[in-house]
Design a protein around this ligand. Structure first.
Ligand code: ZN
Length: 275
């Protein structure tokens, strides 16, 4: 049985950049969502600069769980063994990292199944830093997206939409504010409003969301509704993105360097914006 949107997704799966069909049709629950048209193949682009959107991952990097995201244990040392090597102990969702569909769904793509042509995409950056400066719980809204399109035109087909909340610079300079944990243990940082994510899902062809904070959902969220709307649809998310103040609002290409680890629900990434 194929409910509304399903056949479009199946047909789209036959096209070269048919992400919304191939990844989406396999994801649980996807068929219940009306799908946006499949993006046209992106033309080859030239670029003048490479912006590194990645934080350096250290044991001290702020984590959602309050424990080190990575630990390096020496396995070989040059003076003794003639070469250097560490063994990593790693939480998948540490530092600048990608969330896969399976992170918030019973079935769905894990990192090795994320299609390569959804990891090199047009990049749109929505700047809400002024609003978030006085409201740590700021939710990027559908109005913010409409206002962005009023200035920069319709969101590009197959793009990643990033929230620039001005939080990236706090990760190392002021980790307590980056996390925003209050006396009751509630976290405070900006995120995408669930209805903004739903609108992007239904009305635009977007492969990924990105935030310069710890989570796609804002800090106080306990139901992780934006994660639940977005990831099970077969799309990915990027968290703890750095240097969004250096990326143009539109026109750059995002390159997501994603390790290909079977069954992983997420992974640290190296992110570049080619501008
Ligand atoms: Zn994550």
């Amino acid at each position: 049985m194929c409910v509304a949107g399903c056949m479009e997704a199946v047909r789209a799966g036959m096209s070269r950049r048919g992400f919304f069909g191939r990844a989406g049709a396999a994801a649980a629950g996807f068929a219940a969502v009306a799908v946006a048209p499949v993006p046209a193949a992106a033309a080859p682009r030239s670029f003048e600069r490479v912006i590194d959107l990645t934080h350096t991952l250290t044991p001290e990097f702020p984590s959602f769980f309050g424990i080190p995201g990575i630990e390096l244990e020496p396995r070989a040392e040059f003076a003794k063994d003639g070469y250097n090597m560490y063994v990593w102990k790693l939480i998948e969702h540490s530092g600048t990292h990608l969330d896969t569909p399976i992170h918030f769904a019973e079935t769905g793509a894990s990192v090795e199944a994320i299609l390569a042509d959804t990891l090199v995409v047009p990049f749109a950056v929505v700047d809400v830093a002024d609003k978030a400066e006085n409201d740590a719980d700021y939710l990027l809204s559908r109005d913010d997206l409409v206002a962005w399109e009023g200035k920069h035109g319709r969101l590009p087909q197959g793009c990643c939409v990033a929230m620039h909340a001005g939080w990236g610079k706090l990760a190392l300079s002021d980790p307590a504010r980056f996390i925003g944990r209050d006396v009751d243990g509630t976290l405070h940082f900006p995120g995408f409003a669930p209805d903004a994510a739903t609108w992007l899902l239904k009305e635009r062809a977007v492969v990924g969301l990105a935030v310069d904070t710890l989570s796609l959902d804002h800090g106080p969220s306990t139901d992780f509704k934006t994660h639940k709307v977005w990831l099970p649809s077969g799309r990915w998310g990027l968290e703890n993105v750095a240097n969004l103040d250096q990326a143009p609002p539109v026109g750059a290409t995002l390159v997501v360097g994603l390790p290909k680890v079977k069954d992983a629900t997420g992974a640290p990434v190296r992110l570049f914006a080619l501008a």
